[in-house]
Design a protein around this ligand. Structure first.
Ligand code: MTE
Ligand code: MO
Length: 414
């Protein structure tokens, strides 16, 4: 585990910004990706050195030396902090988590369909383990939210404000759903996207219980560490099945992933819909508040963009000539993936084989068999969603509302 924590990189990224107190230029604001690549599980760093990421633009005002100085300082602080520095949640939360057994859901997730992925070495597992699941937040230390005294407030433009203890939440109807979470800061080819089974209370149930009043169009969520997000009310009450989650892959939420309570909303980037360490939901209007990242230049509305990624072969892989398997994942929650195509160099686009669809809320693995001829080749992928939209080749940066463009890897065949 790297000593530079999530907050450490966030702080380093701050040095990339001009000194104005409230940067509103999206291209200079610190993106919601305050996590180092290095602290990912070693097996996962593979995606991050793709050739197309090397050419990523640096923010205006980037001062490499100031950045490196800051990096050095954070590393030193981290080292002084020692191995425990990153596991900053206090004993209250971790103790409570250790003794907590979650009830089984009234509505379990349907069994994972057979054929939901392929046996291809290097292909991302269909379900991400809690340990490997990407982590993005602004927390310097993981908030310590004990169960004892926990209260979730639901208020604002509602008929009946609610104050729910953790025990109250456990008594509600619990459902289990597989949902692929995605970060707006995921660059083309990046791995800030993962798939898990979540256990929680349908948001719609709670909002119905509170009784939403006319005129509301947003829910402002606030965490124990004062992070805020603004989610369209409709995304929390429509059929997509947004959750107030308390479990992840059969366990209570890990501390880093929001223990004891977080939001999980299919189809929207995490910064507008997945508040961790959740303590407050205010039914309100977008016109009446500015959430954390919107205040820093990111879009107020942030549906997940259609994307696809090549997992194997890795960038700059050396392959023997002959049959090779190219494979990866594609996602377009909540619309679903209709088609994935691959091409070699400027050749014809060819249909990849799709794995069985689990749901339109989850990513979809794909594979393509290639007769590799000697030489250096660029492999490129693009996906089409179930509304018929195909990914644009146009490269867009992650700010203000998510990257676009086709992922490619260059490999050498001998
Ligand atoms: N409290 C809090 N919740 C947060 C954030 C944060 O900084 N603080 N980051 C959001 C962002 S940008 C994303 S992409 C998701 C990531 O969730 P994960 O770390 O469990 O993958 O959490 C969201 N929830
Ligand atoms: Mo994010």
């Amino acid at each position: 585990m790297a000593v530079v924590g999530v907050g450490g990189l966030w702080w380093m990224l701050r040095t990339l910004r001009p000194t104005s107190a409230h940067p509103t230029d999206a291209r200079t604001a610190s993106p919601p990706v305050p996590q180092t690549w290095a602290e990912r599980a070693p097996g996962r760093t593979r995606v991050l050195l793709t050739d197309d990421m090397a050419g990523r633009e640096v923010p205006p005002g980037f001062d490499r030396r100031a950045f490196l100085r800051a990096a050095g300082t954070v590393a030193a602080v981290g080292a002084v902090g020692g191995a425990g520095a990153r596991l900053g949640a206090g004993p209250a939360a971790s103790g409570a988590r250790d003794t907590l057994t979650l009830p089984s859901p009234a509505e379990a997730a349907p069994p994972v369909p057979t054929g939901v992925t392929f046996e291809v070495p290097g292909l991302t597992p269909y379900l991400s383990s809690n340990a490997d699941f990407y982590r993005v937040d602004t927390a310097l230390t993981v908030p310590d939210v004990p169960l004892e005294g926990y209260l979730l407030r639901i208020h604002g433009l509602v008929d009946t404000p609610l104050e729910l203890s953790f025990a109250d939440l456990l008594e509600r109807r619990l459902v289990e759903r597989r949902i692929t979470l995605t970060c707006v800061s995921n660059p083309v080819g990046g791995d800030l996207v993962d798939n898990a089974t979540w256990l929680g209370i349908p948001m719609r149930d709670l909002l119905e219980e509170a009784g939403v009043q006319a005129g509301a169009d947003a829910v402002k969520s606030t965490s124990a560490d004062d992070f805020t997000a603004g989610t369209p009310l409709s995304a929390l009450t429509d059929d997509r099945g947004a959750l107030l989650a308390i479990g992840m892959n059969g366990e209570p939420l890990p501390l880093e992933h929001g223990f004891p309570v977080r939001m999980v909303t299919p189809g929207l980037y995490g910064y507008v819909s997945a508040t961790k360490w959740l303590v407050d939901l205010e039914v309100t209007r977008f016109a009446d508040f500015t959430p954390y990242w919107t205040d820093r230049g990111y879009a107020e509305q942030a549906p997940i963009k259609l994307s696809s990624r090549i997992d194997v072969p890795g960038p700059f892989a050396q392959l023997g000539a002959g049959r090779a398997v190219v494979a990866g994942v594609a996602w377009a929650q909540p619309r679903g993936i209709e088609r994935v195509e691959v091409r070699v160099g400027d050749g014809e686009w060819q249909d990849a084989e799709l794995a069985e669809e689990d749901s339109t809320h989850t990513w979809r693995p794909w594979r393509w068999e290639w007769e590799a001829a000697p030489g250096t080749h660029r492999l490129e992928v693009r996906a089409t969603d179930r509304t018929g939209d195909t990914q644009t080749s146009q490269r867009a940066p992650v700010a203000p509302d998510g990257s676009t463009g086709w992922h490619n890897v260059t490999v050498t065949v001998t």
